[in-house]
Structures are given as structure tokens and as C-alpha cells.
Design a protein around this ligand. Structure first.
Ligand SMILES: [Zn+2]
Length: 311
């Protein structure tokens, strides 16, 4: 959500909007403003400036920190940002504008060349604005670079289609590995009489590695599918191992009677519930790991054409 003050500034300067920030040219320099949790921020991209100059700009801002009502100056990754802390009141439009004026003056006095050209090839002309859906980054591109990006995007879409096929392959791989895990679980429970709740960790590990081994695509659907596979296989492994024990005590028993006992025998039910609960509790560990792995490796970032603040 963009706060109305920022939208007003964007409108006045013919800027552009993303979901969380406003950006565009101000006195030929490229600025971006956004609303954070408890602060407002103005950022500038210093793409063609060496670190020494960036640091000298930072120091110049720090000298006027008080009169500009700035609370922090941040510098990193060719981006310099000034922050206005907001505790009770939001920063006034005048203070923000004074910040913009001051920053553009400092850039000029440090002879930073205007940033009114394409971010990629530095050509001027018909430029369009883009923002990234995964982070706060924005950029300005010329027609030529846009076409090149469009082409890349087309290639990526082709790649996505290809990846969808890989999802099914990954799930089959995961099911295969998990089935092996269930068999191992039952064998350990029935023949070695070991505490089997730890099998939850094994199943988690196997279903995840099966998916990875068969090169499944890393997306949200796959992550959810793995969770379902793990939960289902844990419940299944518990039922089968108890069912097997019933069979070992009475070799004559019919399979229907085993199933009936599993669901209706008051002596067996509490054991099953206890075992399943412990295993599910332990499965939090593989869930945590899988979730972390997927979030880190899922590519959600996408560059989107930004809307003009005037529309
Ligand atoms: Zn370009």
C-alpha cells in the first residue's frame, strides 16, 4: 500500500507506481520513495559512481541530517537511502520534498551525471518503468532493452512449461522414495520392535530427496504436495505396522478383520493415535527444512511494467 502523500508527490512529478513504492525522475535524477514499517524512505541508485564518491555523498547528507529531519542514511549495493522515522506522526510532504531537493543538489555538486537514461544501455529516448514483484527494486528501460527482456521472458515461459512436466516427475520420484521409507518403517517396527516415531524424519527426508533426485520443479504446489505425501505416509506407515503386528500374533486372521480392528478396536486406537501424534510432531523438523529450502530456491521475482501515477 502506498501512502497518499507519496502518491501525491508521484502525481506532481509524473512518476510511476509499484505496489509498495513510487519512483521516477526529479531534476534528471532517478528517485524512489517508499513507506516502511515506521519510516518513509527516499532511495537513489548510484549506478555509475564509485564507492568514494558514494561515501562522500553520504557524508554530505549526514552533515545536514538534523535540519532535513532525517533519522538514518544507508548506503549499500549502489543504492543510497535516507530514512524518516515515524513514531506518531507521518513525515510531511514538505519535509520529503526538501529531502528530494537536497539530494538532487548534493548529486549535482558531486558532479554525478544525470540518471535519465536506460539503466541497461544508457540510451535516452522513450523510456519505460518497471518494478520487481519480489523486492523493492525498480528500473527504467529503453525500447530496445524492453524487447530484449520480452524475448527473455518468452524463453522463461517456455522454461516454465517444461518445469510443469518436471513437477509430475518429481512427485513420482518422491512417492517412490517414500514407499521405500514406509516399507523400511514397517520392517523396523515389526521385526526389530524399535520406537518408530523417528521414521517421520526418515520419511520426510526420503520424500524430499525423491523429489529432488528426480529434478522436480521447486514451486508452491510441489512444496504443498510434499507435505501431503509426508503426512499421508506417516499415517499409513503407522497403520500398516500395527496391522502387521496383529497379523503376526494371529496368522489365521483375515485381512478384513485386521482392517476392522484398526478402526474399531478400543485397545488399538489409543496406541495408533499416540504413535501418529508423536510422528506428526516430529515431522515438523522435515517440514521446517523443506519449507526453508523451497523458499530459498523458488524464483518468484518478476519484472512488471509500472503504472503512471497520473492514471
Ligand atoms: Zn536500453
Amino acid at each position: 500500500m502506498i501512502y497518499s502523500k507519496l502518491k501525491k508527490i508521484a502525481k506532481e512529478n509524473d512518476w510511476y507506481l509499484s505496489n509498495s513504492s513510487v519512483f521516477g525522475l526529479y531534476r534528471d535524477y532517478y528517485f524512489q520513495m517508499n513507506d516502511g514499517h515506521g519510516f518513509k524512505q527516499i532511495s537513489i541508485y548510484l549506478l555509475n559512481t564509485d564507492y568514494e564518491k558514494q561515501d562522500s555523498i553520504r557524508k554530505a547528507i549526514l552533515q545536514s541530517k538534523k535540519e532535513l529531519k532525517i533519522s538514518a542514511v544507508l548506503l549499500g549495493g549502489n543504492i543510497l537511502a535516507i530514512r524518516y522515522k515515524e513514531i506518531f506522526l507521518s513525515t510531511s510532504k514538505e519535509v520529503l520534498k526538501r529531502g528530494l531537493d537536497f539530494l538532487s543538489d548534493v548529486l549535482k555538486s558531486h558532479s554525478v551525471s544525470p540518471m535519465n537514461t536506460c539503466f541497461q544501455c544508457e540510451k535516452s529516448g522513450d523510456l519505460k518503468y518497471f518494478y520487481n514483484t519480489a523486492n523493492e527494486l525498480t528500473k527504467m528501460l529503453c525500447q530496445h532493452c524492453i524487447e530484449r527482456e520480452e524475448n527473455d521472458r518468452y524463453q522463461n515461459e517456455k522454461l516454465e512449461e517444461y518445469k510443469e512436466k518436471n513437477y509430475i516427475r518429481g512427485i513420482l520420484g518422491s512417492l517412490l522414495f517414500t514407499a521405500i521409507g514406509v516399507i523400511a518403517w514397517v520392517a523396523i517396527a515389526v521385526y526389530l520392535h524399535r520406537l518408530t516415531a523417528f521414521g517421520a524424519l526418515l520419511l520426510g527426508l526420503l520424500s524430499f530427496n525423491g523429489y529432488k533426485y528426480f529434478k522436480g520443479t521447486l514451486n508452491k504446489l510441489a512444496k504443498l504436495s510434499l507435505f501431503v505425501i509426508i503426512i499421508f505416509s506417516i499415517i499409513l506407515a503407522n497403520y500398516i505396522s500395527i496391522g502387521f503386528e496383529i497379523y503376526l500374533k494371529d496368522n489365521e486372521i483375515l485381512i478384513e478383520d485386521i482392517i476392522y480392528n484398526l478402526f474399531h478396536n478400543d485397545n488399538i486406537l489409543p496406541i495408533l493415535i499416540e504413535n501418529i501424534s508423536i510422528s506428526l510432531l516430529l515431522s515438523i523438523l522435515p517440514f521446517y527444512y523443506i519449507n526453508k529450502y523451497f523458499n530459498k530456491n523458488m524464483g518468484l521475482s518478476k519484472w512488471v511494467l509500472a503504472k503512471s501515477a497520473k492514471t
